[in-house]
Structure formats: C-alpha cells, structure tokens
Ligand binder design. Sequence first.
Ligand code: CA
Length: 232
Amino acid sequence: MGVAGVDGSSIASSVLVVEDERRIARLIELELVHEGFHVELAFDGATGLRLALEKNFGVILLDLMLPGMSGLEVCRTLRKQKRTPIIILTARDSTGDKVEGLDAGADDYVTKPFVTDELLARIRAALRRGMAREELVAFDLQVFPEERRAVRAGQNLELTTREFDLLHFLLRNVDKVLSRDVILRRVWGYDFEGETNVVDVYIRYLRMKVDEPFSTPLIHTIRGVGYVLRRP
Ligand code: CA
C-alpha cells in the first residue's frame, strides 16, 4: 500500500484511453494532458480491461475495433464489476454500432474523426455524471455524494459539511494511505492557511460519529504518515 500523491488521489481527473491506433492514442493523450488530465494508454482490449479493473479512472475512452478483445467485450466485462463512465470512440458511425455500445454499458460515444473540443466537453460531462452516481461503499459504510448523506450499518450519520467532505475523500481513496498534506489540500483547498492539525481534529470528530458507535473501526492512523479508511 503506497501513499497516494495528489495525482494518485484525483480519480476525477484521470482518463484511460484504450485505442490500438497509437498515433490517435498519443494525439488524445497530448490534448488531455494539455487540459490537465492524468492519462494512461492501453493499445489492446485485454490491457485496457486489466487497467480499468485495477485502477480507478474518472472516465474511459474506448475504441470499438481492437485486436483480440473487442471494445464491446471490454465494456460488457467491465460493467459486471464497475460503473466507471465509458465513452466509446468509433470510426464507424452506423446507428447499430452506437446502440450496441450503449447496450453494452457505455455512457456516450464519439465518432472518429472527432473535434477535440467536443471530445473534451463529453469527457467533462461523463466525469460529472460519474462522480454524482458514484457508489461509495466500504464494509457497512455507504456514502451518497449526490444527497450528501452517509450511512453506517443502516443508520444515518449526522455530519457537518466538512466532516462529510473528509469522509467522502477518505472513502473515495479506500485502502490508500493519505498524508495530512494531501488531505488538507484536497479537502480544505490549496489556499488553506490555517493550522495543519485541523486534519487531526476533524479525523477525531469523524471517528466519534463513524467509528466509535460501531464495533469495527474503519479509520486508521498510520503513524508518521497520515490516515487511511480501510476495509476490515
Ligand atoms: Ca481501432
């Protein structure tokens, strides 16, 4: 288990591009990196699926015509386990392909050759939708971001805005050790100028509500590093 860096923890800005035409893949990568996204490339379906299952991406751009495992197979297989937003990239613009892609669990499609601005707009929209419908569960803890509601063992947790934001961030990075600095920057913001022990104070508040009334603690201190919300 490593310490999540600022990049590693920003799922919402990471994009997986699964595209066998390397020139196109590199072009997309260049545009996305320019827009501030973290990008990973896969040049075949099986690699794309493995990365999509192993890591948490904000959105996946998926070509349909891939060597070996097709884009549709990747889509169907991934959907059995994860709801990461998928945008299909396809050179084929027949209605049938689009319908098949959407039926396989894709969220949207872009026809190649695409206009970069349109692709970026669709990525941003998919990221927004993905974040809103995110299912955040660890053991008996559930967080519903859209409703800003947290539930443990069927009981609603009464959290302040900051406590909710902190719990949401910890849960989005479940099993990942987060330094105080990363938590501070991501939950309180880059321009926060208060005391850094504010993180410790809020972790204490959270524990009183999230852990202490229940028998299994989920929030753990990693001495000298920071905190982790860990599945028991
Ligand atoms: Ca292709």
